[in-house]
Ligand binder design. Structure first.
Ligand code: OMP
Length: 306
């Protein structure tokens, strides 16, 4: 396998760029249908059943899923995570583990081993803030995909990611404040996108894309456009559709004219679709998710195929 090659092939086969986020919620958060919680009782088993029904209902319509590890850790359900991954693979889906990992190089090596060798996913999300030595251990797994956060979807992402930074060789290392005059400044997320584009130069390309992608929130369409122009050889993972307020028109900027270049994640608005719509009973949550994916595919393809 090669992640990006397989992803592109599945996108073309299924005519879908939708990524279903599998973020199981319980405990009065009122999300996983109550009948499953009452019948099964044990969190690991509840989550496996919930995820399998969702996958069974959607696997023909999408190329990829993205479980966020925080929810599996919360319910001590790492067994359910592994079983979900195996089941998704049997159904021909790719799996991105949303883990947002990063650390110094030697610790990143352990993170990368755990994600790719033990948990056995096809790709993961990382935080590239520590710089290249923290990213490199993930890239050593040449066949696997890696998505580095660039501009996140949350309201506070501007606090640091939108600040301006400057690289001035003449500033001594121990200076922590410096008056800048007439220098060209770039926002931090732009600097990071440029760094990633440079890292990409040394990586193998398939249909012009490497296995190193980026993450940009659908909630920031203008920023998405700028990042698309910079990271020419990266796929963009675009979360924020649905529950966070972004719509199909907001993701258009993440794609090239041939409809490639991005995948759009939605978690809550797909997997808990039965909640929003009274036409579905809780037992029908799988069908509700399927219908939501069909709708999402239609709306997104209309935008990106123009
Ligand atoms: P929903 O808001 O329910 O669709 O979930 C969005 C998913 O995408 C969650 O698992 C988030 O952790 C993840 N996510 C973001 O929402 N924003 C980001 O900027 C990055 C991610 C991510 O890396 O996937």
């Amino acid at each position: 396998m090669n992640f990006i090659e397989d992803l592109i092939q599945l996108i073309k086969e299924k005519k879908s760029v939708v990524c279903m986020g599998l973020d199981p919620r319980m405990d009065n958060e009122g999300e996983i249908p109550q009948y499953l919680i009452e019948e099964i009782k044990e969190p690991n088993k509840i989550i496996i059943e919930f995820n399998k029904i969702l996958i069974e209902n959607t696997y023909e319509l999408i190329p990829v899923i993205k479980p966020q590890i925080a929810f599996y850790e919360k319910y001590e359900a790492l067994g359910a995570l592994k079983e979900t991954i195996k089941f998704a693979h049997k159904r021909g889906l790719l799996v991105i583990l949303d883990a947002k990992r990063n650390d110094i190089g030697s610790t990143s090596e352990a993170y990368a081993y755990s994600i790719f060798e033990n948990i056995k996913v096809d790709a993961c999300t990382i935080n590239a803030y520590l710089g290249f030595d923290g990213v490199k251990p993930f890239l050593e797994y040449k066949e696997k995909g890696v998505f580095a956060l660039v501009k996140t979807s949350n309201p506070s992402s501007a606090e640091f990611q939108d600040l301006f930074s400057i690289r001035l060789e003449e500033i001594p290392k121990n200076v922590i404040e410096y008056e800048v005059e007439k220098k060209i400044l770039k926002r931090n997320y732009i600097q990071l996108a440029e760094l990633i584009h440079n890292w990409n130069r040394n990586l193998a390309k398939f249909s012009n894309f490497t296995n190193l992608g980026v993450v940009v929130g659908a909630t920031y369409p203008r920023e998405l456009k700028k990042v698309r122009e910079i990271v020419k050889n990266s796929f963009i993972l675009i979360p924020g559709y649905g529950a966070q307020g972004a719509q199909a028109k907001d993701i258009k900027n993440g794609f090239y004219k041939n409809g490639l270049g991005g995948i759009v994640n939605s978690s809550r608005s797909i997997i808990y679709a039965y909640h929003k719509n009274r036409n579905y009973s809780q037992e029908n949550f799988g069908k509700a998710a399927r219908d939501e994916v069909i709708e999402m595919n239609k709306k997104i393809n209309r935008e990106i195929m123009n």
